[in-house]
Design a binder for this molecule. Sequence first.
Ligand code: ADP
Ligand code: MG
Length: 610
Amino acid sequence: MTIRRLPEALVNQIAAGEVIERPASAVKELVENSIDAGASRIDVVLADGGRQLIRVSDDGSGMTRDELELAIERHATSKLDGDDLVNIETLGFRGEALPSIGSVSRMQITSRETSSEDAWQINVTGGAVEASKPAALAGGTRIEIRDLFYATPARLKFLKTDRTELSHAGDTIKRLAMAHPGIAFSLGDGDRTILNYAAATQGDLFEARLVRLGQVMGKDFSDNAVAINAEREGVTLTGYAGLPTYNRGNAQMQFLFVNGRPVKDRLIIGAVRGAYQDLLARDRHPLVALFLEIDASSVDINVHPAKAEVRFRDSGLIRGLIVSGIKHALAEAGHRASSTGGYAALGAARPGDGTGLSPTGGLRRGSGSFGYAPRPVQGQLAEASYQAQAPFERDAFNAPSGRADTDQVDEQPLDDDAYPLGAARGQVHSTYIVSQTADGIVIVDQHAAHERLVYERMKQALLADGVATQRLLLPDVVEMPEDEVNLLLARAEELGKLGLAIEAFGPGALVVRETPALLGEVDAKGLLRDLVDDLKELDQAAILEDQLAEVCSTMACHGSVRAGRRLTGPEMNSLLRQMEATPNSGQCNHGRPTYVELKLSDIERLFGRR
Ligand code: ADP
Ligand code: MG
């Protein structure tokens, strides 16, 4: 056996295997270097998805000839001034990126240090370094990478289509751009500009950030997000959290940053899920952009060569900060539901648009602007207005005379400012409450709204230790499979706290003695079956608080005013007033809106009056 030292070029290729997975990883390293160099503008071009060319130009500090020659050597960095990995405040620190990239491609670096008279250029081909030579460049640094992975054909085979590689690079730039709103970024493919973010320099960091988040995540996000500003033991959490009604089917729009570094961290993702848990259905995901600032010594970013993962010294602190920071901000948003909900509904109501509200009430985009609404042809208009009116005639206006008062509420004066959800004007289809506000109308889904109110009250009662219960005159015996009985009995104590008293009743059966008074009359068997489903499905590791929240949510659903129940005028108004006073009442426990609002101006547009 012979043990030999690997040649330098091979060592660099091995490192490249870890750090440079695809064109987007090279883009990430180069753009991070530009940010570390204090650039105010960074332009990226990818030709053929980065296969043929990746070019990153910046107006940062640049490098002198000596620095340039050092920069491409392995483990050469200007960024660790001490000899420890404790206080890392730059994006780079491993001194690996440039030599790694140079070992698998044809790399050319041109740079001019700010105070230098001239620029220098160096070429590295498959790890072979040529002598540096004078060049022309106004300032900053330009790095060109051609034929990435030509020296490692195996890696080349794993690349996806140009379009996919370009979009990965775009995602990388977006993430870095979100963390650095003061820097202008652009991405092009040689022909077209794909991303172009002007530097957001006006206002304070919060304002600048909101502008940049709007550029990257879309203006809907800035309109439907609440600001977060929380601090705990020296760790700060800032950023924006989307309203629960503004949600997505996947978690792609969750952006997390630790000390300005984009990360994908399971702890943080889990904490975000926890914060929204009782506001969203399990298969819906919120949109967030969260920025953690933490003393560099309390976090280890040297976990992974690509620096995308981190370890926190005190992960409980971080989780708590995120969960409470988001919950607090959302609770302050009160009964606010996302603005897109109302617009989506309007889009649905618009004659000729048969697509309707998205089932989640969330992101039905494109219907928010009415300027391009197609003019309906005569037939469609007639049909649409027939659909809109027929139910009214049958249901509300022709209600049995004795009950007419339950559907139609007299106009009563109401102090509009104090009551944002307005005065109830009537109930339609025994399901929706229509109310009049200062400048529009509100339509409330009575079941969803009531469910939310019951849920919030259960949670409050839980905090205040104890929910009022009602004793069943006849204890209810419920038969279920043995394992399910055991699952429930194992949680009997917590369920008791929530007002549900259950006991064992021989093999394969339970007896229910008390139910939460809040729920009114409930079908005990149905409730228990749903609770079993919850407990089975819930992550065993989910913290107790989250599990209880889930249980509350299921119970609330069982105890809520069902759609289909007629409400009296005072009942409707009381529901509206309670919604205004209850945190998070703008959405039901599944993240659907509990109400939509149409402004008069929108209604006027609908009728072509504007
Ligand atoms: P690291 O970023 O971990 O220090 P790199 O291999 O990415 O390692 O870069 C090596 C060194 O080259 C950096 O420490 C920096 O001094 C210099 N450098 C790289 N890119 C630039 C740039 N765009 N502008 C100025 N200096 C740069
Ligand atoms: Mg670097």
